[in-house]
Design a protein around this ligand. Structure first.
Ligand code: ATP
Ligand code: MG
Length: 574
């Protein structure tokens, strides 16, 4: 069984477990919470947090974490905080803080009055560090970063104790205070936990808790020149916020003993429980902020919200709905082992959502002129068209029909292969919502290209009319040449042309040079005033969204969200 088939089966299984939308999804994390409720482990409370580092825009992997943390809280009558993990000032910025809030809100989640910053706790974290020193559980170390690495040992060899490990409490208190006062240069000293240099877990070999770093912080400015490390700040921030279940991704599994050590060492009254789950990976894209930032900064894409990016802002601009993304996160489920999810599942989710609610419209992406020779000149008919066949209550609209039309170039073939049921010399097709036409002759330019197709129509075949019973095999979409509105269509393909761009030397060599195709197209006139953000199904072409950045009246821009061909649904059936 191919990888895709295997993955789709996997999705099927997961999907079957959570078919009832209203039913809380069950997973191993919910099982832990149920068990904790039974044993009254956290006094019956459920309190989670989503802890992004504001060093980039959120991606679809973060959406999984957001849905999980806010979802688990909602499902158990609990609370979920938004906390910026801003302990690394050199890479962080308010631009990211703002975009993260916008994205979480857009996904449909509410942290109410619980938006926090790890930097809010810098004072308290410092006090806890002083406490650790007093208890003989932390010391100031003068080894360089390289020396600390050298002393650390390996998986098979124990580490070596730092010569500074047995400094007195008084000396440590003095040095740590002076580190804070800015007496020492960057990188010259660190504060380390005193744990066990022979621990089989490298994270427990006297990890660094604080470093000296003169860097302007987006919130605390130049108030601090020492900053806490993630492994120290995170458990304490969780405990300060009375978090009960600290859900993170699998790479932190080996850090859990340190997480627990920190809370035990300061004897914190609250002991949140770290639970790890598998991060989301999608094929044909990358999912690390560092790489996404590189794509933005080196202009491989047009910003964080480029519709080809797996960022929330990119998906939003492309036309994805929060409902579809939440549905996707629900279907992939949470597990304990890493896997790669097929991007076709994400596309399937947006198709399902938009099939039910997007307005239908006709747009011709690559126009070919059709002239109906027996249709009177100067006449326009307004034909009725349903807005959404799935939802009659969405009503009808009218579209103009006249003597000259555009159809898709690919819907005409001068020398058609067998079973070509579209337009060809002597062949008949139906024009959607209109008439049956027959191709009589073609007009070519000097180079032999077909530039126009002349047809005749049968006035008795009007859609919905009394004599519309005549059957033809093909139905084409079209627009009236005199009435159609010019627009730009942006068609997107995967950003990378291999399933796993991270395999190999440099992921950037796997960028798909054809990930964006810009076309000058024609849309039906009713779309002339289409509002940015509005989504349509262009018949036979896919779902499109009016671009929220570049589109304006008279210069419409449509992003193709997804084509209509559903490879996910097909894989499920076969
Ligand atoms: P990246 O590696 O992309 O920079 P990160 O883990 O460093 O991601 P954070 O801002 O620290 O980014 O992540 C915030 C939260 O989102 C963390 O709890 C993290 O575990 C979770 N998260 C990040 N990436 C994924 C992913 N691909 N799937 C699920 N959760 C993720
Ligand atoms: Mg991180």
């Amino acid at each position: 069984m191919g990888l895709m088939r295997f993955l789709s089966r996997l999705g099927e299984g997961v999907n079957n477990m959570t078919t009832e939308a209203s039913m809380p999804s069950s997973n191993f994390i919910q099982n832990i919470i149920d068990e904790d409720a039974r044993t009254n482990k956290h006094q019956g409370r459920v309190h989670t947090r989503f802890p992004p580092e504001p060093n980039g825009y959120l991606h679809i992997g973060h959406a999984k974490s957001i849905c999980l943390n806010f979802g688990i809280a909602a499902q158990n009558g609990g609370l979920c905080n938004l906390r910026f993990d801003d302990t690394n000032p050199s890479k962080e910025d308010v631009e990211y803080v703002d975009s993260i809030q916008e994205d979480v809100r857009w996904l449909g989640f509410d942290w109410q009055d619980r938006m926090f910053y790890a930097s809010d706790y810098f004072g308290r974290l410092y006090e806890y560090a002083v406490l650790l020193i007093r208890k003989g559980k932390a010391y100031v170390c003068d080894l360089s970063a390289q020396e600390i690495r050298d002393y650390r040992g390996t998986l098979t060899q124990p580490g070596q104790e730092s010569p500074y490990r047995n400094r007195s409490v008084a000396e440590n208190l003095d040095l740590f205070e002076r580190m804070r006062q800015g007496e020492f240069p960057d990188g010259s000293r660190v504060l380390r936990a005193k744990i066990d240099m022979a621990s089989p877990n490298l994270n427990m070999r006297d990890p660094v808790l604080y470093r000296i770093l003169r860097s302007h912080h987006h919130r605390t400015g130049n108030q601090w020149c020492i900053y806490p490390m993630y492994d120290y700040a995170h458990p304490l921030s969780d405990a300060i916020e009375k978090v009960t279940h600290s859900i993170c991704t699998l790479e932190f599994e080996d850090h859990r003993p340190l997480y627990d050590w920190v809370l035990a060492a300061v004897e914190h009254e609250y002991r949140p429980q770290q639970i790890e789950f598998a991060r989301l990976n999608l094929n044909y894209t990358v999912m690390s902020k560092r790489k996404l930032r590189e794509l933005v900064e080196q202009k491989y894409v047009n910003g964080w919200d480029d519709p080809r990016m797996p960022t929330i802002s990119g998906l939003r601009r492309r036309g994805y709905t929060p409902e579809a993304i939440r549905d996707f996160c629900d279907r992939i489920g949470v597990a304990k082992s890493n896997s790669i999810v097929d991007i076709a599942l994400l596309e399937h989710c947006i198709r399902e959502d938009l099939n039910a609610r997007a307005m239908r419209a006709m747009a011709v992406l690559r126009p070919l002129k059709v002239v109906i020779d027996n249709y009177p000149e100067g006449v326009t008919e307004e034909l009725a068209a349903e807005n959404n066949p799935e939802k009659p209550e969405m009503g009808n609209r009218t579209i103009p029909f006249s003597r000259e039309l555009f159809i898709e170039q690919e819907d005409f073939c001068e020398n058609p292969p067998k079973k070509f049921f579209r337009l060809a010399p002597g062949q008949e097709v139906r024009l959607k919502h209109a008439y049956i036409i027959k191709c009589e002759r073609v007009v070519k330019d000097g180079a032999g290209n077909v530039v126009a197709v002349h047809c005749t129509y049968d006035p008795d075949t009007k859609s919905g009319g009394a004599a519309s019973g005549k059957k033809v095999k093909g139905t084409l979409h079209w627009v009236s040449a005199a009435h159609a509105v010019k627009a730009e269509a942006r068609l997107y393909d995967n950003l990378f042309n291999v399933e796993n761009p991270d395999e190999g030397e440099d992921y950037k060599t796997n960028l798909n040079p054809n990930s964006l195709d810009v076309l000058q197209c024609f849309v039906e006139p009713g779309l002339a005033a289409a509002e940015p953000g509005t989504r349509y199904q262009f018949l036979r072409q896919g779902y499109f969204c009016v671009d929220t950045v570049d589109s304006r009246p008279g210069q419409l821009v449509f992003n193709r969200i997804v084509s209509l061909r559903d490879s996910w649904a097909k894989a499920q059936k076969s």
